[in-house]
Design a protein around this ligand. Structure first.
Ligand SMILES: CC[C@H](C(=O)O)C(=O)SCCNC(=O)CCNC(=O)[C@H](O)C(C)(C)COP(=O)(O)OP(=O)(O)OC[C@H]1O[C@@H](n2cnc3c(N)ncnc32)[C@H](O)[C@@H]1OP(=O)(O)O
Ligand SMILES: [Co+2]
Length: 137
C-alpha cells in the first residue's frame, strides 16, 4: 500500500453535500464523474495529498443506496493507492482477505479498483486503487 488515496463518503445528494464540503475544506470539487457500473455519481475534493470522494447513488440497487438505507449518510470506504493492484490482490487473498471482485474493475478518477469485504477488514470497506493503464483511460 502506498498511501490513503481517498475517503469515500455516502451522501443522499451531491447538490446538497458539495457546498457543505466545499465550505468545510475551503476548496471546490475538482471533478464530478458517474460510474454506471457502480451505480454512483462521484464528486472529488483534493486536500494536499489526500482526496475526499462524495458518492451519490444513481439507482436504488446501488451499493450507496443500500448503505444509506441501512446506515444513513457517512463514511463509506477507505481507498488505498497501490502500484501493482494484481500483485496486491494476490498478496491480500493469500493473507486471507476476501476480494469482492476477481479482477480489477473500472473506478472513477482514472483508476482500476478492487474492493475487500468488510467482514475481513474489521468492518471497514477497503478499496485498492491503481492508476489506470494508458490504454484503459
Ligand atoms: C468505483 C467507483 C468509486 C471509486 O472510488 O472509484 C467507488 O468507490 S464506488 C463505491 C461503491 N461501490 C462499492 O461499494 C462496491 C463494493 N461494495 C459491495 O460489494 C457491497 O456494498 C458490500 C459487499 C460491501 C455490501 O453488500 P450489500 O450491501 O449487498 O450487503 P449487506 O448490506 O448485507 O452488507 C453485508 C455486511 O457488510 C456491511 N457493510 C455493507 N456496506 C458496508 C460499508 N460500506 N462499510 C462497512 N460495512 C459495510 C453490512 O453492514 C453487513 O454487515 P452485517 O454485520 O451483516 O450487518
Ligand atoms: Co472510492
Amino acid at each position: 500500500m502506498q498511501k490513503i488515496e481517498h475517503l469515500g463518503i455516502a451522501v443522499k445528494s451531491l447538490e446538497v453535500s458539495n457546498p457543505i464540503f466545499a465550505s468545510l475544506l475551503g476548496v471546490a470539487p475538482y471533478k464530478a464523474e458517474s460510474v454506471a457500473s457502480e451505480g454512483v455519481t462521484t464528486s472529488f475534493f483534493q486536500i494536499g495529498e489526500s482526496k475526499i470522494e462524495l458518492l451519490e447513488a444513481t439507482n436504488p440497487d446501488s451499493p450507496i443506496a443500500k448503505f444509506i438505507e441501512k446506515k444513513g449518510e457517512g463514511i463509506h470506504h477507505i481507498a488505498f493507492a497501490v502500484t501493482d493492484i494484481l500483485a496486491e490482490m494476490k498478496r491480500l487473498q493469500a493473507e486471507g482477505f476476501v476480494l469482492l471482485n476477481e479482477t480489477p474493475k473500472r473506478g472513477a478518477d482514472n483508476k482500476i479498483v478492487c474492493f475487500l469485504h468488510p467482514k475481513s477488514t474489521n468492518g471497514v470497506l477497503v478499496e485498492l486503487c491503481q492508476e489506470a493503464p494508458a490504454d484503459n483511460q
